[in-house]
Design a protein around this ligand. Sequence first.
Ligand code: GDP
Ligand code: FE
Ligand code: FE
Ligand code: FE
Length: 187
Amino acid sequence: MERQEALTIVKKQLTEHRYQHTIGVMETAIKLAEQYGADVKKAELAAIFHDYAKYRPKEEMKRIILEQNMPNDLLSYNAELWHAPVGAYLVKTEVGIEDEDILNAIRYHTSGRANMTLLEKIIYLADYIEPGRIFPGVDEVRDLAKHDLNKALTKALQNTIQFLLKKDQPIYPDTIHTYNSLIMEVK
Ligand code: GDP
Ligand code: FE
Ligand code: FE
Ligand code: FE
């Protein structure tokens, strides 16, 4: 699928703000893919569709999680986590993208998982550092991303977990698994 067709499809699913974020993720993911030797075309499509399900009603996402036998524990955690696995499913069934590398990059873009693929890491990181993001610590992760993908990702996970801890929020097990897997890989 070409970029323009993909963008036209996803634009209908998003707010203008989220669409601009998506463009930022796309541009960042392409640069990271070129820099770290990932498939640039897959990075582009995964980035374009990563937030495809972001504005689906909670009830619809909940139904899909149950009907498609996705990890049930998702339902006891923050609903913010749901759009990633549900997005992978809808991008396959509604948009017709079958590539499992792309679908996994969408599926794990919010929590990550242990032993992420290069493409999964790139989409997670691009989502975190795209130019529109302005939270504390993001510049440090941007700098790390220029030289070391794993160090940048480790810092992003540390920041995310710290942020959740400060807000007294539960931490989804895959988020912890991502951090553990990275910290053991980096050493
Ligand atoms: P976005 O869709 O571009 O806004 O970004 P993400 O998909 O990466 O994240 C959506 C939200 O999920 C963010 O507000 C994160 O703080 C939140 N989030 C990520 N991991 C976890 C987790 O382990 N537990 C909880 N409760 N929230 C998380
Ligand atoms: Fe997201
Ligand atoms: Fe993210
Ligand atoms: Fe996003």
